[in-house]
Design a protein. Structure first.
Lengths: 424, 261
């Protein structure tokens, strides 16, 4: 089992009345009213430090993602973060999980292919290439993509990137959305045939089809925890079975909020304000920005309106009146003492059957020192107990950089001229 | 409301089954609806007394055929599609009336091939943009905020014909998808270069504006008038962006009088 630390790089200090004064955390919260660039610079540097700390503490991977005009996470260029992290972690067996450069909004898409190839080269072949569709907020509003074209642009971008990485011929790309006369990518990634590709989704059936068709890792990313996650993942594994694909747990990824402290009581005391901040402020998104007409195809629209929406709305309304124990009982957050977290997490990964787990160890307003503490406790007291989950079944993690899969030898690209070090 | 007959045409190399509501007697009048889909309202009923009204459903908005929209990639395709429709209906140069999104399309049709439009009526049309009078993106604005922009009388019964009913799945689906299919041609800003082409419009043109329009302010009426040779503006009082629904008699009278001249 591989466990990576996910970081959203949020605004850590939104005002207490934020969600009553502004109608959305995403797209139109005014930067000049809510943030200050020098302080934001500190957030970016803390975020980098926290991820590097996680890498040094022995986590298998570190993840950044892409969002725009969004106070809950604003790394508009995840690859800028990725390059700092690649350099800083050379010499460590840690994967750079870029989750990831949003495809339809990067024009032309070969920019993603090039940047990912650069990261793979700089890091000595440690890239996991996440390929998100992008949210309606990011793609349609912030970057002006026509909603009804969003998914089709994504598919074309994906195909172009994979061809650009692998083609042994210089080719023209005469696509519906992108036209390029002579694609000849410099550089190419180290990993062959290409870096492992992870496809983040939030439950749509077409994403399962897509991941399966291309044999990519499907990652269910949602902030609503593993009880809800189980419903989606059950559906996913049923789909895998019906499609005649092997039930390799490493073809599934999942994101879980985790907070570890010395005792259960201490966890509540230390982490609850930040959990509250996350759910109240970070997820305060205007519905009209989330469900933009055309962003879902007709089939998904019908499914959402008839089946998903009523349940989601009910849940979101309930959350505002939850107490700490409700977040834990509903498994939105796994929190407590090390043993308590181990128990909850073990149940979660087994019931979801996930081989590539991501844990959100920085939550909302969590200050820097507390984050480091969470990382230390997780890496030392929790993670080691999970390394061998799935070993018995004998699966190969095809979606992990080969050079660091088993803590084996890698070339030393740290520039220090020292020996390659390996970690298991 | 009088029941309109439905005609289906096979267009665009047989890829799109165009559905058109037809009613009335008299010279042809083609009506292009707003971003919310075809609403056969009282103004159209009134016009059927003097005209044969052809009201096509924008591709994708016809019941049971949501993916028809996939065959039209851009505004150019949409314009050519409508000329094919005129051809198959045997309409050489019909009167063309367009509301909101439909107004933009009507203006483009009149500009692209001026000989295919006899007379042009634009009702609170989209298609132009001024930075000092921005147009809210109605596809992502909460309905409560759109209410005063769309209707002068907040409690006007016609509101139910436009906005989605959050309690009714079918309503949400229908309105979302209509916005999706029409929105394809005006996203993210409803200005696709019409200003460069308005000089080509030869059809006598009437510009009707619901005076209290909060979405596309009446300032735009003057913009359109300046750009279209010989165009005239008529303001409709006690009406906002959805003028044909809010003041159907006033709108129908203006259209009829203009077309019959």
């Amino acid at each position: 089992m591989k466990i990576s630390m996910f970081h959203l790089m949020p605004h850590r200090e939104l005002p207490a009345d934020f969600e009553s004064k502004y109608h959305s955390v995403w797209v139109d919260p005014p930067f000049w009213e809510l943030a200050e660039p020098n302080r934001v610079g500190q957030y970016y540097n803390w975020t980098l430090d926290e991820l590097i700390h996680a890498a040094k503490a022995g986590m298998d991977g570190i993840c950044v993602n892409e969002h725009h005009q969004n106070a809950y996470g604003f790394m508009p260029s995840p690859n800028l973060m990725g390059s700092a992290l690649a350099r800083a972690t050379n010499g460590l067996d840690v994967a750079l999980v870029q989750m990831g450069a949003t495809l339809p909004t990067t024009i032309p898409p070969i920019r993603v292919a090039e940047e990912y190839a650069m990261l793979d080269c700089i890091s000595g072949g440690r890239l996991v290439a996440g390929m998100p569709l992008g949210t309606a907020m990011d793609a349609d509003l912030c970057y002006g993509i026509t909603p009804i074209e969003h998914r089709d642009r994504y598919y074309e971008a994906h195909d172009l990137i994979l061809k650009a990485w692998q083609s042994r011929e210089i080719f023209a790309w005469n696509g519906k959305y992108f036209q390029l006369p002579m694609v000849n990518l410099w550089p190419r990634p180290i990993q062959t045939p290409h870096p492992p590709v992870w496809i983040p989704g939030s439950g749509s059936l077409s994403t399962w089809d897509f991941s399966a068709k291309h044999d990519h890792c499907y990652c269910f990313l949602s902030y609503y925890g593993n009880n809800l996650g189980k419903r989606v993942m059950d559906g996913f594994w049923e789909f895998v079975d019906k499609s005649g694909i092997d039930p390799n747990p490493y073809r599934a990824g999942f994101l879980q909020l985790v907070a570890v402290s010395e005792t259960d009581a201490q966890a509540e005391k230390e982490y609850y304000p930040h959990i509250r901040y996350f759910y109240d402020k970070c997820l305060h998104i205007l519905n009209e920005y989330m469900f933009i007409p055309g962003d879902q195809d007709h089939r998904s629209l019908v499914n959402s309106v008839r089946n998903l929406l009523p349940m989601q709305m009910q849940l979101l309304n309930a959350v505002s009146s939850w107490k700490y124990k409700d977040f834990i009982e509903n498994q939105f957050v796994i929190a407590g003492s090390p043993s308590s977290v181990r128990d909850q997490l073990m149940q979660a990964v087994k019931k979801l059957r996930v081989g590539n787990l991501m844990v959100l160890l920085h939550i909302g307003s969590m200050p820097h020192e507390l984050t480091l503490k969470n990382i230390d406790l997780f890496a030392r007291e929790v993670q080691p107990h999970f390394r061998n989950v799935w070993d018995e079944e004998g699966w190969d993690n095809k979606w992990w950089p080969a050079r660091i899969k088993n803590g084996g030898q890698r070339p030393d690209v740290s520039g220090n001229g020292g020996e390659a070090r390996s970690h298991s | 409301m009088a029941a309109a007959a439905e005609r289906t045409l096979s267009l665009w190399e047989g890829k799109i089954n165009a559905r058109i509501k037809v009613a009335g007697h008299g010279p042809a009048l083609v009506y292009l609806h707003s971003g919310y889909g075809l609403i056969w309202d009282q103004s159209l009923d009134q016009l059927t007394k003097d005209f044969t009204v052809y009201a096509p459903e924008h591709p994708g908005t016809s019941e049971g055929d949501p993916n028809a929209i996939a065959h039209l990639d851009n505004l150019w395709d949409l314009i050519l599609y409508y000329y094919e429709m005129f051809d198959q209906l045997g309409l050489d140069a019909p009167a063309l009336v367009g509301h909101s999104f439909g107004g933009m399309v009507a203006a483009e049709l009149a500009a692209t091939n001026p000989r295919r439009v006899g007379k042009l009526v634009l009702i609170n049309p989209l298609g132009l943009w001024r930075d000092d009078v921005p147009i809210k993106n109605y596809m992502v604005t909460p309905q409560a905020e759109l209410d005063p922009l769309f209707f002068h009388d907040r409690n006007h019964p016609a509101r139910k014909l436009v906005f989605m009913n959050p309690e009714e799945a079918d309503s949400i689906i229908r309105v979302s998808w209509a916005l999706a299919c029409t929105g394809k041609f005006i996203w993210p800003i409803p200005d696709k270069g019409l200003r460069k082409r308005t000089h080509r419009i030869a059809a006598p043109t009437l510009i009707i504006w619901g005076q209290q329009d909060g979405l596309v302010r009446p300032t735009y009426a003057e913009e359109f008038r300046k750009l279209i040779r010989g165009a005239r503006v008529e303001l409709v009082a006690n009406a906002a962006h959805m003028a044909p629904l809010e003041q159907p008699a006033a709108v129908a009278n203006l259209v009829r009088d203009f077309l019959k001249k």
